[in-house]
Design a protein around this ligand. Structure first.
Ligand code: FAD
Length: 338
């Protein structure tokens, strides 16, 4: 049941890095934004999946932790006083006279234009098919780790063979009491340098590689794990005493309600016109990971440029007949800064 309706110039779906930068770009052109995100915090993948990891390809930042990048983007957007609606999944998007209506369970937002910066959509982890795993989720089984300190002195089993599994094994060696990595192959699919470091730590006895094994069953009571049973390809089992299981089997990409909004899609992404980031519906734009066009690179920096293009394309729609003179930020300045 919708409780209230509010109005803004631009509604931004997704408070990931790209949605946050879109607030700045719209603000620089005098347009107010409301940002809606299903998560209860800012930052999208950066905050939810890898807050402590350093990112090396943000221009001007030779190295910046993902969480710090989000703090900086929020700070950069702040002068434009965005309205953040968090814990708010946008379920419906429809055209109304003079713009669009976005509906979440609790609020409706009317906007002159919409920017969809929804990343991979409603993203969720791929769960291993283990009996009763739901009983342990959030207590002993975690699909993401936001602070490695929470795992200090715990016995941790990591399952998976890709970058997330290997990166977390490296990050937790020396923090957790034991780090065991279960993978169904002897070879890991992670970046070669990370895989090499994993082998080195395993040789030193700081990480235990449990290969080739797969998860078989969980043991414990009341949501607290005591052991994880693994099985090899012949079905021979082994018991690993453990407090925590971190399964890293990738994310399922699901556009969720966005697929029903009548926009042209291309392989689970929103097709846009690359010079403006406009979707097949005039007034609705898509930027960042969710947007696709020939040559698209799924990088934060591409999303930043797309945010600038979208803001410049939205301005004439909201202010028809008003000339928009392109100006550098150095010329214009930012309210409340400098
Ligand atoms: P996201 O960060 O995915 O944010 C989208 C937001 O939209 C989410 O918060 C989601 O909850 C919300 N949302 C979705 N659907 C709805 C809805 N219906 N209603 C409300 N909210 C919704 N990129 C780089 O450039 N450099 C790197 O070094 C790098 N390293 C990475 C390392 C890892 C481990 C991972 C997983 C990714 C990495 N990336 C990197 C990719 C980068 O994180 C993404 O390109 C970036 O997060 C995309 O930003 P975005 O704002 O488009 O989407």
């Amino acid at each position: 049941m919708t409780e209230r309706r509010e109005r803004t110039d631009v509604a931004i779906v997704g408070a990931g890095p790209v949605g946050l930068f879109a607030v700045f770009e719209c603000g620089m052109l005098g347009m107010r934004s409301t940002v809606l995100d299903v998560l209860d915090r800012l930052g999208g993948q950066c905050a939810a999946l890898y807050p402590e990891k350093p990112i090396y390809d943000i221009p001007g930042h030779p190295e910046i932790a993902a969480a710090d990048l989000i703090d900086r983007l929020a700070d950069q957007a702040a002068p434009f006083k965005p309205v953040f609606r968090l814990g708010a999944a946008v379920e419906r998007l429809e055209e109304i006279p003079g713009g669009f209506l976005l509906a979440t369970r609790d609020i409706e937002v009317e906007a002159g234009a919409v920017i969809i910066a929804a990343g991979v959509g409603a993203f969720g982890p791929n769960r291993p098919p283990l009996d009763n795993i739901e009983a342990y989720e959030g207590r002993s089984v975690f699909y993401l780790v936001t602070r490695r300190e929470e795992l200090r002195d715990r016995r941790v089993v990591i399952a998976g063979g890709g970058d997330s599994a290997v990166d977390w094994a490296l990050a937790l060696a020396g923090v957790a009491a034991r780090v065991m990595v279960v993978h169904r192959r002897a070879k890991f699919r992670a970046a070669p340098e990370s895989a090499r470091r994993l082998e080195a730590l395993a040789a030193e006895g700081r990480i235990e590689l449990v290969v080739p094994y797969q998860l078989h069953a969980l043991e414990g009571a009341g949501g607290t794990l005591s052991a994880i049973v693994v099985a090899d390809l012949d079905g021979k089992t082994q018991r690993l005493d453990a407090d925590v299981l971190l399964p890293f089997f990738g994310l399922s990409q699901n556009l969720g309600p966005i697929a029903q909004w009548g926009l042209a899609l291309e392989r689970n992404h929103i097709a846009v016109e690359p010079s403006t980031s406009m979707t097949s519906t005039r007034g609705i734009f898509a930027i960042g990971d969710i947007a696709t066009y020939p040559g698209k690179l799924k990088l934060i920096l591409s999303g930043f440029a797309e945010a600038a293009l979208a803001a410049h394309a939205i301005h004439p729609l909201l202010h028809p007949g008003e000339a928009l003179h392109f100006e550098y930020s150095t010329t214009k300045g930012v309210p409340g800064r400098g």
